[in-house]
Design a protein around this ligand. Structure first.
Ligand code: Z5A
Length: 218
C-alpha cells in the first residue's frame, strides 16, 4: 500500500512578477528528464483548455471590479479544471508535475493583498485542492524592482496585465506575503534568493528536490 504521507511529485514555483518561475519550471523539467523521469509542466491560472479561457478573463482585469472574492472564485474554477484534466491524471500516471504558481498565489494575492477572509480561503482550498497539495514549493524571492524590470524586459511592447499594473508598494507587500506564507510551512515551502543566476537557482532547486524525494542524482 502506498504511504499516504508521501510527498506528491507535484512541485510548484511561486513569487512575484519576473522572479524566474517559468524559467525554473523549464530548467527543473529538463534536469529531471535527463535522469529519465517523465515530467509535465503547467501553469496557473490556466494549464488546461478551459482554465486558459478563464486566464484571459482574469488577466484582462475584467473581473477586478467584482472584488477579491469573485476573482478568487474564477481562480478556483480554473484550478478545479486544471486539477481534474491535467495535474491529477499526470500524477496518477507517475509523472512529475511542475507548476508555475498554484494555491500559494491565491493566499498571497487574494488573501494577504485582497483581504479575502482566511476562512473562505481555507474552505476553498479544502474543496478545490483537497489532498492534491504540492509536495514541495519554491518561493523565488526578489526585490520587486528587479522582478518588474525583468518582466518588462521580457514583455517589451505589451501592456501590463491586471497585476503587473499595480503600484510598487503592492509588489513590496506581495513579497512580504510570500515570505510569511513560506515561514508558516517550512517543510513544504523553501525560499530561494532569485538574484542569483538562473543556473545557480536551478542547481539549488535540483539539490532540494533530490533531498526531499530521496532521489539519487549522480
Ligand atoms: N494570480 C493570482 O492573483 N492568484 C492566483 O491564484 C494565481 C495567479 C494562480 C499570473 O500572471 C498572474 O495571476 C500573477 C498572479 C495572479 N500576477 N501577475 N502578473 P503571469 O503568469 O502572466 O505572470 P507571472 O506569474 O508573474 O510570471 P512572469 O511575470 O511571467 O514571471 P516569471 O515566470 O516569474 O519569470 P520568467 O518568465 O521565468 O523570467 C522573467 C525574465 O527574467 C525572463 O526574461 C528571464 O529570462 C529572466 N530571468 C529569469 N531568471 C533570471 C535570473 N535568475 N537572473 C536574471 N534574469 C532572469
Amino acid at each position: 500500500m502506498s504511504d499516504p504521507n508521501a510527498r506528491l511529485r507535484f512541485i510548484t514555483f511561486e513569487g512575484g512578477e519576473g522572479a524566474g518561475k517559468s524559467t525554473q519550471v523549464e530548467l527543473l523539467a529538463g534536469r529531471l528528464r535527463a535522469y529519465g523521469h517523465d515530467v509535465v509542466t503547467t501553469r496557473e491560472p490556466g494549464g488546461s483548455p478551459e482554465a486558459e479561457k478563464l486566464r484571459e478573463i482574469i488577466l484582462s482585469g475584467k473581473a477586478k471590479d467584482f472584488g477579491a472574492f469573485a476573482e478568487t472564485t474564477l481562480f478556483s474554477a480554473a484550478r478545479i479544471d486544471h486539477l481534474r484534466t491535467t495535474i491529477e491524471p499526470a500524477l496518477a500516471r507517475g509523472s512529475w508535475v511542475l507548476c508555475d504558481r498554484f494555491l500559494d498565489s491565491t493566499r498571497a494575492y487574494q488573501g494577504a493583498l485582497g483581504n479575502l477572509d482566511p476562512r473562505i480561503l481555507k474552505a476553498l482550498e479544502r474543496v478545490v485542492v483537497g489532498n492534491t497539495m504540492p509536495g514541495l514549493t519554491f518561493v523565488l524571492d526578489l526585490p520587486p524592482e528587479e522582478g518588474l524590470r525583468r518582466a518588462q524586459m521580457r514583455s517589451r511592447g505589451h501592456a501590463p496585465d491586471r497585476f503587473e499594473a499595480e503600484q510598487i508598494d503592492y509588489h513590496r507587500s506581495l513579497r512580504r506575503a510570500f515570505l510569511d506564507i513560506a515561514a508558516a510551512e517550512p517543510d513544504r515551502i523553501h525560499v530561494i534568493d532569485a538574484l542569483m543566476t538562473a543556473d545557480r537557482v536551478a542547481d539549488i532547486v535540483l539539490a532540494q528536490v533530490a533531498a526531499a524525494y530521496g532521489l539519487e542524482m549522480v
